[in-house]
Design a protein around this ligand. Structure first.
Ligand code: CA
Length: 231
């Protein structure tokens, strides 16, 4: 049972998916409103103040990534779930960088939609009251806008890239990233460097945040794959 009926803005230009999303979310006890292109989406966010946005990537007029970027630039922190089609793997990472909270790949099941929406609302529940997103995991607290990190009550110092990497991890808990993905996300696409730079930064982060760097609590090595952040 929802204590308050959350309002979900669906931004999608394909009629069949609009319907699927609207019906599914209404059945899950959400209010839904619809925008069929990026321009309308931006208007509706301001007029209707939805609690969450399900945002398709490929849209007429202004695409989903740009909508996401524009909202975050204006400090509008409404949670966003991006919809991507198969093969748009690259865009997922860009989307998360632009400030999306989660993504779903088409085709998805109705059950998955409702579950994702609930999970993101739960995770982002405290947000919106204040403009600043605070990231918390275990003893770690990060204030992304103030560029501050605390371990328990102690303030830690990071280089800018260490900070970015930590924020990226914390925004995407329990997700396994390859070194390449992290390289693209934090060092951006044009950097044609060695992925070992990721290992070096992870190692510096661990020195600072882990009690026991051999048994890391926060940044786990996923053998043969990459890294995952999460307790
Ligand atoms: Ca579309």
């Amino acid at each position: 049972m929802e204590t308050k009926q959350h309002k979900i803005l669906i931004v999608e230009d394909e009629e069949s998916i609009q319907k699927l999303l609207a019906i599914t979310l209404q059945q899950a006890n959400f209010d839904t409103i619809l925008a069929v292109d990026g321009e309308e989406a931006l208007e509706k966010v301001l007029d209707e103040q939805p609690d969450l946005i399900v945002l398709d990537l490929m849209l007429p007029k202004i695409d989903g990534l740009e909508v996401c970027r524009m909202l975050r630039k204006q400090n509008i922190e409404t949670p966003i779930i991006m919809l991507t089609a198969k093969g748009e793997e690259m865009d997922k990472i860009v989307g998360l960088e632009m400030g999306a909270d989660d993504y779903m790949t088409k085709p998805f099941s109705p059950r998955e939609v409702a579950a994702r929406v609930r999970a993101v609302l739960r995770r982002t529940g405290e947000r919106g009251q204040s403009n600043e997103k605070v990231l918390v995991s275990g003893q770690l607290t990060v204030y992304p806008e103030r560029l501050e990190v605390y371990l328990d009550k102690e303030r830690l110092e990071f280089t800018p890239k260490e900070f970015e990497l930590l924020v990226y991890f914390m925004k995407n808990p329990n997700r396994v990233f390859t070194r390449d993905q992290l390289l693209q996300a934090v060092w951006n696409y044009d950097f044609a460097g060695d992925t070992r730079i990721v290992d070096v930064h992870v190692s510096h982060l661990r020195d600072k945040i882990e009690e026991n760097t051999r048994k890391p609590r926060y940044i786990k090595t996923m053998r043969g794959v990459g890294y995952k952040f999460g307790e």
